[in-house]
Design a protein around this ligand. Structure first.
Ligand code: SAH
Length: 396
């Protein structure tokens, strides 16, 4: 066994403030049918003097046919079409720029929201599935020092419809055959884009419901195909357990002890590991045996990647229904963190596997277009700048 690696960061720790609530007084995004239950959609049309039964047709266009052009909604009377579309299908966001990587199978879209806020979503197509990675907030208030999004603070929460629209847009491009591999569907959604999903709890739960409601009320996806990733907001994890939606929970653990986790995931100072693990234990209790939590662990060279910490992690997870997903760090400008060496990642995963913990290493997608985990900043980058930033990174 090699020498014990120093676990001291190279740089003094930057401390950004933790922000739990969005700034007050911001204008709300337009109300859209994806914000509403089927009954609320009908009621809203009726309030506006429009026939309530048209809500179902609009929902079918949006969720089942994936139509976005009112001209194609020929079952709506032409005289009423603009009012119906205006009431329930207002424009929520406009794509400013699409960037492609991995031969077109990874597509990052930069979206401009109604108030100018910028967010990003990433579509990743694999031979057997297509995953949409969505943002739930413009910016993020959780201040994790190794995450690019966290460096800019929180601008605002996104609405349910703004979250859902990212998935619907991805579904449209797959259905229309715009992504190499022929026409396809979104099979998985991961809340791993910008933002802390459980800090925008209500809108995120609404979005999960819309994704999983049967068509045409929603997109009709399986809840197991939806993963909510969190820094570990303990009260919200407890609340999520009561919702009765079997989404997969991913927990950004990144360190097995409080001292290191306080630094890497600052919210740990509020909800330390013992409390967090108790909430995780309760989350899987009473669920079927297949339920488990995915523990995410970013691999930072010389910081959290020693075999000793792998042993501590194995001890911490013990006999809990757990999977560990090791994420090779994705660099961004002005960071001093470095990606762990491939041998260190392998050694770390070996320790976990020897202790019978199912361990996967996340395959990096789209790091050449800053679309990988922790690289989304919602900013228009000049092509020049982007080219300069295509620094080769060690791949697995
Ligand atoms: N706020 C949520 C979801 C956001 S990101 C959360 O923290 O869980 C999804 C995953 O990417 C998280 O595990 C996050 O810690 C990780 N991540 C953030 N920045 C990263 C980076 N630069 N390289 C690799 N993974 C990163």
């Amino acid at each position: 066994m090699g020498p014990v690696m120093s676990q001291t960061p190279a740089e003094p720790i930057k401390t950004l403030p933790l922000v739990m609530e969005e700034p007050r007084g911001r204008k709300k995004p337009p109300r859209h049918l994806a914000d509403l239950t089927p009954a609320e959609r009908k009621a809203l049309l009726e309030e506006q003097g429009l026939p309530g039964f048209r809500a179902k047709q609009l929902s079918t266009h949006y969720f089942a046919r994936l139509v976005d052009d009112p001209e194609q909604m020929t079952d709506l009377p032409s005289g009423q079409r603009a009012d119906l579309v205006g009431a329930l299908l207002p424009e929520l966001m406009t794509p400013l720029r699409t960037m492609e990587a991995d031969k077109g199978t990874t597509r990052k879209v930069l979206w401009k929201l109604f108030d100018g806020a910028l967010v990003e979503s990433v579509l990743m197509r694999y031979p057997d599935r297509a995953t949409m990675c969505v943002s739930s907030q413009a910016g993020c208030g959780m201040a994790c020092p190794f995450c690019a999004t966290g460096q800019g603070g929180l601008q605002r929460n996104m609405s349910t419809a703004e979250i859902v629209e990212q998935v619907v847009a991805g579904a449209r491009s797959l259905a229309r055959g715009e992504v190499p591999g022929g026409p396809g569907r979104v099979s998985n959604v991961v809340f791993m884009g910008m933002g802390e999903p459980l800090a925008n709890y209500k809108a995120v739960i609404g979005a999960v419901r819309r994704l999983t409601d049967p068509t045409p009320d929603g997109l009709g996806m399986s809840a197991r195909g939806v993963t909510v990733s969190t820094v570990g907001l303990v009260p919200r994890i407890k609340q999520l357990a009561t919702e009765g939606i079997p989404v997969t929970l991913a927990l950004s653990l990144h360190a097995p002890d409080d001292e290191l986790r306080n630094e890497l995931v600052p919210i740990n100072r509020k909800y330390p590991i013992a409390e967090l693990m108790a909430a995780c234990r309760r989350y899987t209790q009473g669920k079927d045996r297949k339920s488990h939590i995915v523990y995410e662990y970013v691999m930072l060279d010389g910081i959290n990647d020693s075999p000793a910490l792998a042993r501590d992690l194995a001890k911490l997870l013990g006999d809990m229904p757990a999977k560990v997903n090791l994420i090779p760090f994705n660099p961004f400008p002005q960071t001093d963190y470095r990606r762990s060496r491939p041998e260190a990642i392998r050694a770390f995963s070996d320790v976990l596997r020897q202790r019978r913990i199912i361990t996967t290493i996340r395959k990096t997608r789209g790091d050449d277009i800053d679309a990988a985990c922790g690289q989304l900043v919602g900013r228009v980058q000049s092509r020049q700048k982007n080219r300069l930033r295509q620094i080769p990174v060690v791949t697995q």
